[in-house]
Design a protein around this ligand. Structure first.
Ligand code: HEC
Ligand code: HEC
Ligand code: HEC
Length: 132
């Protein structure tokens, strides 16, 4: 066993190499990517704001979408709202995407990095408009 040291060192290196992809994936979460806020509509807002505070939106935006959908589809509440000085609808397309028209460089950069695939686009036709 006079080679024990080398074998152990070899094992350590081997183990490090094998697990490297896992370490290097660490931190590649939604917090590390930078979704682009630079769209024509957002650039012209009186006030750079979202429908809720940014920190809330960052983690809870799907709740807002769920609430809007229920209000519109189940309760028929289609009242518009003023955000950042412009009128928007409670709608994925005529609300969120009115400002965040850059689906690829906004929604998708986060979703891809966290392995999320919202199925919304199956029905909310944005492919045809070149947004996806
Ligand atoms: C099976 C098809 C389908 C899928 C999948 C789907 N929706 Fe919808 N959604 C609809 C239909 C139909 C309406 C009603 C449109 C209307 O009355 O204006 C609607 C309305 C909405 C509305 C309110 C009005 C509007 O035009 O945006 C929101 C918000 C919404 N959906 C969000 C979502 C989200 C978020 C997802 C993914 C998590 C999703 N939907 C997936 C079919 C779908
Ligand atoms: C009136 C324009 C407008 C609308 C409508 C809007 N947003 Fe935003 N959104 C913004 C702006 C501006 C910011 C950045 C706010 C800030 O920096 O404080 C933002 C921030 C966000 C963030 C956080 C981004 C980050 O860097 O962490 C998410 C997520 C988001 N919006 C999703 C949505 C979703 C989903 C909807 C629809 C339910 C929506 N937004 C509707 C303008 C809008
Ligand atoms: C700051 C990063 C970030 C941005 C920007 C962002 N998302 Fe998300 N989104 C996430 C993460 C992370 C999840 C998964 C959260 C979870 O599972 O708890 C998610 C989940 C969702 C879900 C729920 C999907 C599911 O299968 O449960 C919907 C719907 C959604 N996002 C829509 C949008 C839309 C539409 C936009 C662009 C207008 C957007 N998101 C922008 C990070 C982001």
């Amino acid at each position: 066993m006079y080679n024990g040291g080398k074998i152990i060192a070899g094992l350590i290196i081997f183990f490090g190499l094998v697990t490297f992809p896992f370490y290097s994936n660490f931190g590649k979460t939604a917090n590390k990517v930078t979704p682009k806020l630079d769209t024509p509509v957002i650039n012209q807002l009186e006030k750079k704001e979202c429908v809720k505070p940014k920190e809330y939106m960052r983690t809870e935006h799907m709740k807002v979408l769920d609430e809007w959908r229920d209000e519109v589809v189940r309760e028929g509440k289609r009242d518009k709202m003023i955000v950042g000085g412009i009128e928007i609808e409670k709608s994925l397309q005529n609300g969120c995407l009115k400002c965040h028209s850059n689906v690829k460089t906004f929604c998708d950069v986060c979703h891809t990095s966290s392995g999320v695939k919202p199925y919304c686009w199956d029905c909310h036709f944005i492919k045809e408009e070149g947004l996806l």
